[in-house]
Ligand binder design. Sequence first.
Ligand SMILES: Cc1cc2nc3c(=O)[nH]c(=O)nc-3n(C[C@H](O)[C@H](O)[C@H](O)COP(=O)(O)OP(=O)(O)OC[C@H]3O[C@@H](n4cnc5c(N)ncnc54)[C@H](O)[C@@H]3O)c2cc1C
Length: 404
Amino acid sequence: MRNSEVQPGLFWLADIIAGVPGMDKHSAFIIVGAGPAGASLAVRLSRSGHKVLLIEKDRFPREKLCGEFISPECFRHFDELGVSERLLARGGDRIVETRFYSRGGRCVSVPTSWFGHGPFALSLSRAEMDLELLTAARRSGAEVVEGARVVSAAVAGGRIASVDIRLSDGERRSVTGDVFIDATGRGGALTRLASGAERRPSGPNGLVGIKAHLDKVRPEGGVCEIYFFNGGYGGLSHVEDGKANFCFLVTAKTARTFIGKTNDLFASVLDQNERAGYRMSSAVPVLDWLAVSVTEFGSKSPPAIENLIAVGDAGAFIDPFTGSGMLMALESSELLASCITRERLESFEPERSRLFRRRLFISGLLRRAAFIPAAASAAIAAAGASSHIRERLARSTRPYRRAV
Ligand SMILES: Cc1cc2nc3c(=O)[nH]c(=O)nc-3n(C[C@H](O)[C@H](O)[C@H](O)COP(=O)(O)OP(=O)(O)OC[C@H]3O[C@@H](n4cnc5c(N)ncnc54)[C@H](O)[C@@H]3O)c2cc1C
């Protein structure tokens, strides 16, 4: 029985804990976090015969703040993970082009085919995508526990001996393992717990990501539109069930002036970008606005704990406008699974750094330009002049591909 189906007040607690698969067992690999990095790693390791426990604090499906642009390169991974057909069957929009709009309505376009891995990207909610990957992890033989937050890590002799989990009802359990994987996303929760580090507060240069699914957006299928405005940018695309996802980033300073008034912030964004105003003037949120702070970009220092490895955003976070964070999560997990299979765990960090270094550097430069309105408009004008420059720029934020 799933915990969420249990009525409070009954004598169910002991049954649930006894029935939570994987609890109080020793697994070779303990993966914390079931986003694309954690779930895909669980599939790959379980298929190679490893004993895997995947621990997730939320219950899926759940909404997740994201642009929900699943780049075409992800489909090679989805094919291997056996979820491509299932994801496509869930609907969503097939994105063949991304258009970048300056405040005044100037536009440059980047065809999805320039990424070199197929004709379209998929715009599908994270609720759907993450659920599909989690289900694949279960199917592959991994033990999966949802509604279980890792709250502490016991470290002895430079290694994690066990982690403590708090279930949704407050009960705590302890789990032991050989190798612990931090797949908890940007916050790197497991690394912080194991190393005793505090979460860095959002500084004056921090950003805030905000998103909602919207109804009544003027239709424009097959396109993801990116809008620049004063102090931020945002992306709009249709997802499944006729809804659209609008996800935008603003400076923490801007977000602070609109605390508790997200609809006003949304209206101000629409006022500032002509095209955004045209597409979303009648739009209404069908879900509550989600907001997260985004404090750090780029590679993080590898955890200084012998049996702890970070994958996905917990290892390196790329700028959202590239629409390739999920791809990097899948790539880092593929690489880690390969290092484990080759029994070359020590080569994971140097190989990961080589794989992502160039992309992270160039995206960082573009992000700085995106937050200076004049620079964003100038970049759009310059890129608009030459499709060659646009293609080079688009490709520089993706995996390296040798020219043929
Ligand atoms: C504003 C914004 C827009 C973005 N848009 C896009 C986009 O359009 N396309 C794209 O490809 N990428 C995008 N990204 C990036 C993308 O969301 C991430 O790169 C991707 O989700 C990383 O996957 P992950 O598995 O590493 O982490 P996550 O997807 O964050 O998954 C981490 C999981 O760990 C769980 N967890 C956390 N702490 C604990 C704990 N203590 N115990 C147990 N479980 C825990 C969380 O609940 C979560 O399910 C965007 C990011 C932002 C901020």
